[in-house]
Design a protein around this ligand. Structure first.
Ligand code: FAD
Length: 243
């Protein structure tokens, strides 16, 4: 929900005024410890201070688990279970992802559009899609990553996953190699770092120079076809580890 004002306080004010109109009695700073259930019959709630509030019906609206400091600590799952509901283990979803490698964090603030993210467990592809991704001080975020997180929560509980970015998804490996070769032609005596930067945003270039397998200072005429191919492969499948 996005109010026109962009202020969440307006949502609270709206709800508050409706509750006032309906005569709702609000008990602030009152923690519910559990539901009062006896012989399968619900008769109210038990508060942390020992009091019991009798009620014919109880609506549990205790929120999720994603932001406990707001007071939403997932108590409702326990309440539901106590009433006999089957509770599916909650998993994180629509969240940014943490990454092991420092070179990812070095690019914090960089946003990439139209790239492909592939996440694998060994050889099995768990997620693959195109979109926008942003690097942060802890890993990656952005629409592509939030969508991916919804599919990866369960697998991430078992351990880290391998991820790959295709930084040039519009080009095949052959086309990319041709493109790199075009940059090399006419720049034979220049150093690799002074030629390859045209392919990447500024903060990605130093990382590609470190990770791409070709020394930054190497003159173009000394770079072998194999080195160039391996560099292209890194651009098409830039690796890192999601934790
Ligand atoms: C950083 C962030 C940004 C977001 N931005 C947006 C946005 O822009 N637009 C949007 O639509 N949504 C947004 N959301 C999602 C939105 O906040 C939630 O979907 C929404 O608040 C869920 O409402 P709820 O009433 O189910 O639970 P909550 O808002 O979590 O409310 C649950 C309440 O129950 C209370 N409670 C929990 N346990 C107990 C207990 N045992 N006893 C008594 N009280 C208890 C909690 O203190 C809390 O007040 C955002 C969420 C986060 C974390």
């Amino acid at each position: 929900m996005f109010p026109v004002s962009d202020h969440s306080s307006d949502v609270i004010r709206g709800l508050w005024s409706q509750m006032k109109k309906a005569g709702v009695k609000v008990h602030l700073h009152t923690e519910v410890k559990g539901l009062k259930v006896q012989d399968g019959v619900l008769s109210g709630v038990e508060l942390s201070d020992g009091r019991v509030m009798e009620a014919d019906d109880v609506i549990v609206a205790t929120g999720g688990l994603s932001y406990p400091t707001t007071g939403s600590t997932g108590d409702g799952y326990g309440f539901a279970a106590k009433c006999g509901h089957k509770v599916v283990d909650p998993k994180p979803s629509l969240v940014p992802l943490t990454v092991k490698e420092d070179y990812i964090k070095e690019m914090q603030g960089l946003s990439l559009r139209n790239i492909k993210l592939t996440v694998k467990k060994e050889k099995k592809v768990l997620y693959e899609d195109f979109g926008e991704l942003m690097f942060t001080h802890f890993g990656i975020t952005g629409p592509l990553v939030l969508s991916a997180s919804a599919k990866l929560g369960k697998q991430l509980e078992k351990g880290p996953l391998s991820a790959f970015l295709d930084l040039k998804p519009a080009l095949t490996l052959e086309q990319l190699d041709d493109r790199i070769l075009r940059e090399f032609q006419g720049n034979q005596n220049k150093q690799f770092k002074n030629v390859i930067h045209v392919l990447f945003p500024a903060s990605l270039t130093p990382v590609m120079l470190k990770q791409g397998g070709i020394p930054a200072e190497k003159p173009i005429h000394e770079i072998s076809k194999e080195e160039r191919r391996r560099f292209g492969e890194k651009v098409k499948a830039f690796p890192f580890t999601i934790t």
